[in-house]
Design a protein around this ligand. Structure first.
Ligand code: NI
Length: 402
């Protein structure tokens, strides 16, 4: 692999990448609505000479998959970018701010899309020397939560014949150009839940004639924390948070029902499964204690944590060191945020990593999902070079194994 050639080619695409990233930023599309974004990706890939560009995931006109075929006897590795925007109205004053109220690329997926298209361009020029195939996965709906795009992609067979997969996230609280890697657990699973305690409404002066659902809800909120502190091995990580509590409206009425919603995250699938059972037992127990009926909804949004394959991650680390230098590499701390890249990792070895895009002067250190979020476009060539080099390194590694 010629690292210098990849680096130089990526740098030569810098201006084009900035233009494309800003165009995507200006024209965001929400999860499962990425129709124009998908069309643009597909047409760029066709321009680059990709013969078989597949569009549409699970019957919807979004998502794009294309293979770059080098040596047909070699292995196939996949690179994945997410392409969707968030339901946020942009509040920044950049000239390329979102033209759509209620939709904004506030997580950097516009940058991910741009970088993966640049990787396609870089590697398509090296097609003859590629010791295998590279599959490009442009995935919709990473942010959707309840029906995220990764599962649909997998159901459509994008991992068939794939030996390994890589994904990347720009990160605003990491300085521009720094690269973070981590072998093993990197990001948490994420479950969403909703509980409705149903009691009997009544006069605030006569609680004995009512069944107070709000007291049950309050009891549950405290009991939930003992699930974490008293039932789970303290060496395991679990966080349980309440996002909403809604019951009555006025001072002198005991409300009929109380609704609570929240989120539970862990790093271990077995712990995650045990949490769901415990959660249901506690909710039902609290309901019985306070004489309320209980309705429980428990959804695994991202039921698996992001767990990086150890060998593959070391290969990434070595590849990144050659590109950005040891001084720009850091071991990432595990993060309790989630990513549906984890779905792919349940099928094939995967490596997910972070590229810093935080620069105070460019106002790109604002947290992800903020209406003022922005990225430092100058890191895009480094990200594309990293992905392209890692794809080559993976092909070499898996080629030797077969
Ligand atoms: Ni994101």
């Amino acid at each position: 692999m010629d690292v210098e050639k990849i680096k130089n080619k990526a740098m030569s695409l810098a201006g084009e990448m900035t233009r494309l990233r800003r165009y995507l930023h200006e024209n965001p599309e929400l999860s499962w609505q990425e129709v124009e974004t998908s069309r643009l990706i597909a047409s760029k890939l066709r321009e680059l000479g990709f013969a078989d560009v597949r569009t549409g995931v699970g019957g919807q006109p979004v998502g794009v998959v294309a293979d770059l075929a080098g040596d047909a006897t070699g292995p196939c590795v996949a690179l994945r970018a997410d392409i969707d925007a968030l339901a946020i109205t942009e509040e920044s004053d950049v000239p390329y701010r979102s033209c759509k109220p209620g939709a904004m690329h506030a997580c950097g997926h516009d940058g991910h899309t741009t970088m993966l298209l640049a990787v396609a361009e870089i590697l398509s020029e090296m097609r003859e020397q590629l010791p295998g195939q590279v599959r490009f996965i442009f995935q919709p709906a990473e942010e959707h939560g309840y029906r995220s795009g990764a599962q649909g992609m997998i159901d459509d067979g994008v991992l068939e014949g794939v030996s390994a997969i890589a994904g990347m996230h720009l990160w605003s609280d990491l300085p521009s150009g720094k690269v973070q890697w981590r072998a093993g657990p990197l990001m948490a699973s994420s479950d969403a839940w909703k509980i409705i305690f149903k009691g009997k409404g009544g006069h605030g002066a006569m609680p004995h004639l009512a069944i107070d659902s709000t007291v049950a809800a309050a009891g549950f909120i405290f009991a939930l924390q003992t699930l974490v502190s008293r039932e789970i091995d303290p060496l395991e990580t679990v966080v349980a948070s309440v996002g909403k509590l809604e019951s009555g409206h006025v001072v002198n009425v005991i409300p009929e029902s109380a609704e609570i919603v929240g989120n539970i995250r862990t790093f271990n699938r077995a712990v995650r499964d045990s949490v769901e059972e415990r959660f249901r037992r506690i909710a039902e127990g609290v309901g019985a204690t306070y004489r309320c009926d209980v309705e429980i909804h428990y959804d695994g949004i991202y039921p698996w944590p992001v767990i990086n394959d150890v060998d593959l991650t070391h290969l990434f680390r070595d590849t990144a060191a050659r590109l950005v230098g040891e001084e720009n590499l850091q071991e990432a701390p595990p993060r309790m945020t989630s990513e549906d890249f984890s779905f792919y990792q349940t099928k094939v070895p995967g490596c997910f990593f972070f590229l810093g895009s935080g620069n105070e002067e460019k106002k790109s250190t604002i947290p992800h999902h903020s209406p003022h979020f922005n990225i430092d476009d100058d890191v895009l060539p480094a990200g594309a070079a990293l992905m392209a080099s890692f794809a080559c390194a993976m092909l070499e590694r898996y080629g030797r194994r077969t």
